[in-house]
Design a protein. Sequence first.
Length: 321
Amino acid sequence: MNQGFPRLLGDIGGTNARWAWQSNENADLENISVQPCGASASLEESAKSYLKAHGYEGPSWAGIGIATAITGDEVRMTNNDWQFSISQFQRSLGLSRCLVINDFTSLALSLPALKAEDLRAIGGGTAVSGQTIALLGPGTGLGVSGLISDAQGQYRALSGEGGHVTLAATDDREAALIAALRKTFAHVSAERVLSGPGLVNLYLAVCATEGVTPQAFDPADVTDAAISRSDAQCVVAVEYFTLFLGSVAGNLALTLGSLGGVYIGGGIVPRLGAAFDDTLFRQRFEAKGRYEGLLQSMPVWLITASTPALVGASRALDVLP
């Protein structure tokens, strides 16, 4: 048996827990499973449920990307009520090694392995090989990461909570939307609009600024109404979601100097389909004054692969201490 195998791999978001098994270093991931987090009381219960369902016993290592900041042994999720001790989880599953990292660090480590069919281009020029790569993605929250090349030419993933940066307005209408959001949230972060719950927040803000009584919509309702154009405020909410995402992505690209390109992950943008206007996104992504030309040269890709972060979780076990 190869060292570190078989592996239990996890990608844990605020809504769903994705699990997979890798039997050896040359094996593809198998029995990829998506479980609602609400179906289990804890990470341990979810993992054991997966192992039992597929008849697996005795994983040697586990690599898990999880949607929160990892600052020590005790982990508390941001958009989920799960909390756990990494060391206790390791003992309970009998693992010789358990690596728990931020979910977007895990996703970032998967980027070099993505193929053309795993991506959809959203304008820009050509990526510069070996240069910094930016990553962000709206899901239950807003994940942010990136890849920076070291002196040996190997990519190192960034770990942070960039989704919680303060959201900025670029015009009076955006300022009005943020002012409406501030009546609910003391700190209006990027995640407050660039996420599933953020779509609803934006919809409510649009209704407030237009003097319209909102309906009891959830994120899927807002998405469906924007796609079908059956609700004017939902259409406007998704337009501003697109604009805010372009602005935040452009800020990240400038901050990192991401000549290697910008990747958009998460489940929200793919679900929006044609309601996500590439042209609007690029306009706001590139609207950086004297650095507009630099942003115009940067390619952006939407990740369409279903479970790339699981590949990144295995990669993390190979490259992280």
